[in-house]
Design a protein around this ligand. Structure first.
Ligand code: HEC
Ligand code: HEC
Length: 415
C-alpha cells in the first residue's frame, strides 16, 4: 500500500513539473513575442546608426571639400545640413495663424451682412443660431471682434516682416523665403531620400554652368568611385541632419551657401536629376533595330529646338562626363581628333549605315553605343551604355556641337 502511494505521488509530481514547465514556456514565448517588435526596432536602429557612422566618414573624405565639413556649404557647393533641403517653412505657423484670423474675419462680416439684411424669411431658431455664432466671436475676441481680429492680423504681419528681416543674412547667401523647399524648387515629387540618392548616383553634370565644378557622379554604375551601399550610408548621413530636429532661424543663418538657381533655362538645368534626362536604356540592343531607330529619331526631333554650345560640350567631354579619358587614347577608343571627318568619310560609307546623317550617327553612338560598333579593333561594351540615362538634351546638343568641331584630318584614316 505504501508502494501504491509512492507511485501515485510520483505521478502527481510529474504532472506538476510538466504543468509548471508548460506554463513557463508559454510565459517565455509570450515575453519574446511581446518584445519582438521592440527588439526588431532596436536592431534596425542600431543598423541605421552604424550606416550613418560610415556615411559620416565617407562624407569627410569625399564631400566635405565642396559641401563643408559640417555640410553647411561653401563657395563650391550648397549646404545640405540646411532647413531648405528639408523643406522647413519658418513662416508656416504665422501664415496659418493669419489664414485662421482671416477666415474668422470673413465669417463675422458674413454674419453681420445676413443679420442686418432681410431676415423675414428666417425662422426664429435660425436667427438665434446666427446670433449665437456672433456672440461666440465676442466671447473670444471681445466687444468688437472685427477690430480685434484686424489688430491681431496686423501684429502677425509685423511678426512675419520681422522674421523676414532676420533672414536677410540667409537671403544674401542665396535663400529665397518664398521658396522654402528645395524639392519644391526643382519640382521633385519623390522623397528626399530618393532625391539625395539619385543625385549621388548620377551627379549633376549640368551644374558646371553655375558652380565652379559640377556635382560629380559617385556611383560605380556611372563611372564613379563608390558602391551602392556606400551611397546608402551617405544618404542616411545626410538625412540624419534633419532627423527629429526642431530647426531654428539660427540653423538657417548658419548655412554658408544655398542652392543656386541657374538664371537661364533654369528649371531644365537644375533637373539634371531626373525628368529632363533623355531616358533611353538599352543594355543589349543588337536585335532591336526598330526600337533603336524610333528612339534615335525621337531624340533627333527634340534636338532640333536645342542649340548646342561647343564650349560647354568640351567642358563636359573633358570634365564631368570624362569622355576624353577614353577618347584621347586611340588604343582604347576612336580618337576625338577628326571624329567628324571620320564619320563623314569613313563611317557613313559603311552600307550598314545607309541613310544616316552625321547627327544620327553621333546621337546613336553616344546614347546607344552598342547599336553599331565602330569597325577595327574596338570592342562592344567598352563605351559606357548609360549616357542615355545621364544626359539631358542640352548636354547632348553641346557634346554633338563639340564633336562636330573636330573636322580636322582623321588620324585613323592614315593607317
Ligand atoms: C567638386 C565639388 C563637389 C563634391 C566633391 C561633392 N559635391 Fe555634392 N554638389 C556639388 C554641387 C556644385 C552641387 C549643386 C548642384 C546643382 O545645383 O545642381 C551639389 C549638389 C549636391 C546635392 C543636391 C543638393 C541640392 O540642393 O540640390 C547633394 C545631396 C550632394 N551634392 C551630396 C554630395 C555628397 C554626399 C558628396 C560626397 C560623396 C558630394 N555631394 C560631393 C558639388 C560637389
Ligand atoms: C570607357 C571608355 C569610353 C568612354 C568614357 C566614352 N567612350 Fe565613346 N567610345 C568608346 C569606344 C571603345 C568606342 C568604339 C566602340 C563603339 O563604337 O562603341 C567609342 C565610340 C564612340 C563614338 C563613335 C566614334 C567613331 O569614330 O565611330 C562616339 C561619337 C563616342 N564614343 C562619343 C563619346 C562621348 C560623347 C562620350 C562621353 C559622353 C564617350 N564617348 C565616352 C569608349 C568610351
Amino acid at each position: 500500500m505504501n508502494l501504491k502511494r509512492l507511485i501515485l505521488e510520483r505521478i502527481e509530481n510529474r504532472v506538476l513539473v510538466g504543468t509548471t514547465m508548460f506554463l513557463g514556456i508559454m510565459v517565455l514565448v509570450g515575453w519574446v513575442a511581446i518584445n519582438e517588435p521592440g527588439r526588431m526596432a532596436a536592431f534596425q536602429q542600431e543598423h541605421l546608426a552604424r550606416s550613418i557612422e560610415k556615411g559620416a566618414e565617407l562624407f569627410t573624405n569625399n564631400c566635405a571639400e565642396c559641401h563643408g565639413g559640417n555640410g553647411l556649404g561653401s563657395g563650391r557647393a550648397p549646404g545640405l545640413n540646411n532647413p531648405q533641403l528639408f523643406g522647413i517653412d519658418f513662416f508656416a505657423p504665422i501664415d496659418s495663424a493669419i489664414a485662421d484670423l482671416e477666415t474668422a474675419q470673413a465669417d463675422i462680416a458674413q454674419l453681420h451682412a445676413t443679420l442686418d439684411g432681410d431676415t423675414s424669411s428666417m425662422t426664429a431658431d435660425e436667427k438665434a443660431g446666427l446670433e449665437a455664432q456672433l456672440a461666440a466671436y465676442t466671447d473670444q475676441y471681445g466687444q468688437d471682434p472685427a477690430a480685434a481680429i484686424q489688430e491681431q492680423i496686423a501684429s502677425k504681419q509685423a511678426e512675419r516682416q520681422a522674421l523676414q528681416t532676420q533672414m536677410q543674412g540667409a537671403v544674401d547667401k542665396g535663400y529665397n523665403p518664398d521658396q522654402p523647399s528645395r524639392l519644391g524648387i526643382v519640382g521633385w515629387n519623390g522623397t528626399l531620400d530618393a532625391f539625395v540618392h539619385t543625385t549621388l548616383i548620377a551627379g549633376r553634370p549640368v551644374s558646371s554652368s553655375y558652380w565652379p565644378q559640377p556635382m560629380p557622379a559617385w556611383s560605380q554604375t556611372a563611372g564613379g568611385p563608390l558602391r551602392d551601399d556606400q551611397l546608402g550610408d551617405l544618404t542616411n548621413y545626410v538625412l540624419n541632419w534633419g532627423a527629429n530636429r526642431a530647426w531654428t532661424l539660427e540653423d538657417l543663418l548658419a548655412v554658408n551657401q544655398f542652392a543656386k538657381i541657374p538664371a537661364e533655362g533654369g528649371a531644365a538645368a537644375v533637373e539634371g536629376v531626373a525628368p529632363e534626362i533623355i531616358n533611353i536604356q538599352f543594355a543589349d540592343v543588337t536585335d532591336r533595330r526598330a526600337d533603336i531607330d524610333a528612339s534615335v529619331q525621337r531624340v533627333l526631333g527634340e534636338l532640333e529646338s536645342v542649340t548646342g554650345d561647343p564650349n560647354n560640350g568640351q567642358t563636359l567631354y573633358n570634365g564631368a562626363l570624362a569622355c576624353s579619358s577614353c577618347h584621347s587614347n586611340a588604343s582604347i577608343a576612336p580618337p576625338t581628333e577628326g571624329t567628324f571627318t571620320r564619320i563623314n568619310d569613313t563611317r557613313l560609307k559603311d552600307p550598314a549605315l545607309a541613310g544616316y546623317t552625321p547627327e544620327h550617327y553621333l546621337v546613336e553612338s553616344i546614347l546607344i553605343p552598342n547599336a553599331y560598333i565602330s569597325p577595327s579593333t574596338y570592342p562592344a561594351n567598352a563605351m559606357p551604355q548609360n549616357f542615355g540615362e545621364r544626359l539631358d538634351l542640352q548636354m547632348l546638343a553641346d557634346l554633338i556641337a563639340y564633336l562636330k568641331s573636330h573636322d580636322e584630318p582623321d588620324p585613323l584614316a592614315a593607317n
